[in-house]
Design a binder for this molecule. Sequence first.
Ligand code: PHE
Length: 462
Amino acid sequence: MAAEAQPARGQWSSRLTFVLAATGSAVGLGNIWKFPYMAGEQGGALFVLIYLICVLCIGIPLLMAEVLMGRRGGHNLVASMRALGKEAGARGPWPVMGWTMASCGVLILSFYSVIGGWTIAYILEMFRLHSDGLGAVSAASAFSELTGHPGRSLLWHTVFMLLTTVVVARGVRRGLEKAVQILMPLLLALLVFMVVYAASLEGFAQGVKHMFVADFDKFADPEAGRGIALAAIGQAFFSLSLGMGAIMIYGSYLPGAVSIPGAVLAVGLLDTLVALLAGLVIFPIVFSYGLALDSGPSLVFISMPVAFGIMPYGLLVGVLFFTLLLVAAWSSSISLLEPAVNLLHEKKILSRSLSAWAAGLLTWLLGIATVLSFNKWAFGFTFLGKSKENGIFDMLDILTSQIMLPVHGLLLGLFVFWVMKRSHCMEELNLGSGALFQTIYGVGRYLAPFAIILIIINSFLA
Ligand code: PHE
């Protein structure tokens, strides 16, 4: 094969590396920043319950489908879709999905990077807040000072995008993979430590109740209940990195011998564990200090510093916490940019490094809209019964998490479980043809698409 026609495709060295990289993608701001504020805004336990059901019954089977497509396709998103379509004898514009998935990553990253930037700002902010002494009021004003100034937010958004683009430009495999190997377990350990701390607060019981004791009456109330299922399914997709090609690209580096279901299960469990732990830290703090549950994107940035201001060694723990949050965000952000860069590169539109800088620049530009959503361009609107205050940011979030990801997930599932040959699916999942395979196949073929369609119809048309 001519040199230019040969993509530099590597493979993960082991199943563990894949699990780490995919976990690095899945565990991020979605778990620690977004999950608690969504659960707060959507009323707590009922949202958590639907979220868990969505992860188990829709997320995990579709995650298997996405990895499977990546590995069998073995190329960039568009070429993989084309190859798989051909193999299955399917007509239809499947390759278009490669482009829409890669674009979805860029759209998500445009706002993800702004929040990622805040985590950098907060590492430094910890020192200042700590010397000033800290209560709920100063934590809230520190947050609005940061986000209220477009210049400051833009600066940190720029730094975060540079961090992301540099890694993607050089190729993802070395460096970040190593960092994630050490830092992810550290993040988990720190979260467990924080849960132990939260358990000593007077609001712990109330926090746990808020997360785990569901109020089913809410569901019956059409106004309050309407958006919960859509928000929960969107959050499940977002948190699992499902439906935008990140996992498909990572799957394309997976050696043929590795069992997909086991690896996917590990990623799904770790991702869910981190989200639940984050909730168990944040809600007790919120209840103990009388913070607002529905404060949206500011929740983590206000509640955590309040706790750090009071606990012994709070400065140290605070710096550590935001540093690890940054790393978690970073290992997710590279996976958001990678599909687009890989596509531009393998389509020979630009070189690898130019592709990264071009996609990075575009994302940075789009991110300015999110920076301004918290100050100059802020406006409010109501979406399915919940009021949103941060205009374009909220719209982008809803468009990607609650619409594009579930729709892509639906299409991925239809492709794998209806279009692809069952025998190919069986070969990739490598579970034989026994009950386990039958169950996964059945859930992917009937339950998952049915549930996604039902949730979408129920949210918008009911
Ligand atoms: N899963 C990541 C998080 O929870 C975000 C993400 C979404 C990453 C989609 C890649 C693809 O922070």
